[in-house]
Design a protein around this ligand. Structure first.
Ligand SMILES: NC(=O)c1ccc[n+]([C@@H]2O[C@H](COP(=O)([O-])OP(=O)(O)OC[C@H]3O[C@@H](n4cnc5c(N)ncnc54)[C@H](OP(=O)(O)O)[C@@H]3O)[C@@H](O)[C@H]2O)c1
Length: 376
């Protein structure tokens, strides 16, 4: 079978590097081009990884498992040698002829400007926030809301594009929605209170500066993060028809903090449920939930949600490598008397499942369902 020809835009950032890792040796997708900003254009990927390695070297933080380490120096060792000679172009200069798909790992402002031009010709799967709140656009989380993809056609028609922009959620929302989707299906989510403990790589190029500020510290504020989590969660678990998504009727209260952890966002979550669901039943439900059973998708992890019974897990240092960063690890499952439901701690890799790995998994899912197409 001919592999689809794909490009990564924003390929030199935290999420972009992880997209390259997810595409290495991919049986369905062939990386043919990479793009970044003008400051990177003309340099080879090898040179760019070396350029950025120095700033991440001094953070004193590194994921313990090289498979999920997002620093440039880790990727330089993991990516195929021949890719290190690929030269970056600017997003404006990316040739779109013959491309089947673009993974956009751009900052939101750049995405707002660049993604519509790309989508006019090619399907775009984007980790950026630019389109997440658009009424004609679904917010797609692989394995969670596959039926929302029907809305991509409405977007394409409304905007006269041959392709589309399919945004994936904010990385903090991902771990939350992966765990709450099966609980919602079983018992109805009514309310959520959460506190996040987020890794520095979630700050992208700002990571090294944030790492310095978070060293031996907790930063109790991440600009813009809490409203994103609250809005996006309700949209992801909302009801989609062919024209729009009606958000889930549910109150969400998020407090987002930054902690001195390299990679992996940990959340402490309390959820209020409409129907009774005890801890044992919820644990069984979560551990056996597998949206990929029988699908044969190349990236789908063997275990979608890993439920730990030991009282001191999950921990980023011990659990981040589960499913090569695509499994969500949940522990400390217990009743919540305040909201009338459950509470737990969950760990999700912000740049793998929370961005690039999730984007590649979504692309596999759409391709497998015949939805990764360009209109004539
Ligand atoms: N980091 C995470 O864990 C994470 C998780 C979920 C979602 N996201 C989202 O993913 C996107 C990328 O985040 P990140 O953390 O990877 O950011 P980042 O590390 O700062 O990387 C940004 C990338 O975009 C490129 N870029 C910046 N301005 C550009 C422009 N005007 N034209 C073309 N390319 C441009 C940069 O290229 P240069 O090297 O040339 O500057 C770099 O490749 C953001 O929208 C973010 O919200 C990130």
């Amino acid at each position: 079978v001919k592999r689809r020809r794909v490009a990564v835009v924003g390929a030199t950032g935290v999420a972009g590097r992880q997209a390259l890792a997810a595409l290495a040796g991919h049986p369905w997708f062939e990386l043919v081009a990479l793009a970044a900003s003008g400051r990177s254009a003309g340099s080879t990927l090898g040179e760019l990884l070396e350029r950025d390695a120095a700033s991440w070297a001094d953070t004193g933080l590194a994921a313990p498992d090289p498979v999920v380490d997002t620093r440039p120096q880790a990727l330089a060792r993991r990516l195929p040698n021949e890719w290190l000679g690929l030269r970056a172009v600017t997003a404006e200069d990316l040739p779109l002829d013959g491309l089947d798909l673009v993974f956009s790992m751009l900052p939101t402002e750049a995405a707002r400007r660049i993604e519509p031009r790309l989508a006019a010709s090619v399907p775009v799967i984007s980790a950026a926030a630019a389109f997440r709140d658009e009424p004609d656009t679904p917010l797609l989380l692989a394995g969670v809301n596959p039926d929302h993809a029907a809305l991509l056609d409405a977007q394409r028609r409304a905007r006269g594009w041959r392709g589309f922009v399919a945004p994936t959620p904010n990385c903090t929302t991902v771990g939350l929605a992966v765990c709450l989707a099966p609980l919602h299906a079983a018992a109805g989510v009514r309310s959520v209170v959460l506190t996040s403990m987020q890794a520095v790589s979630g700050a992208g190029g700002d990571g090294p500066r944030v790492a310095a500020a978070a060293a031996g510290n907790v930063l109790p504020f991440i600009d813009g993060e809490e409203p994103k989590v609250e809005r996006e969660f309700a949209k992801i678990l909302g009801r989609a028809d062919a024209a729009r998504v009606t958000p889930l009727d549910c109150v969400v209260s998020a407090t987002c903090t930054r902690v001195p952890v390299a990679d992996g966002h940990t959340l402490s979550v309390s959820v209020g449920l409409r129907e009774p669901l005890d801890v044992a039943a919820a644990g069984k439900l979560l551990a056996s939930h597998d949206p990929w059973r029988g699908r044969g998708l190349p990236s789908a992890p063997e275990r979608w949600i890993v439920v730990r019974d030991d009282p001191d897990r999950p921990q980023p240092r011990l659990d981040l490598g589960a499913g090569a960063g695509l499994s969500t690890v949940l522990g400390r499952l217990r009743p919540d008397a305040v909201l009338g439901g459950l509470r737990f701690v969950v760990l999700s890799h912000n740049a793998v499942m929370g961005a690039a790995g999730g984007a590649v998994l979504l692309a596999e899912d759409l391709a497998d369902r015949g939805l990764l197409t360009t209109a004539d």
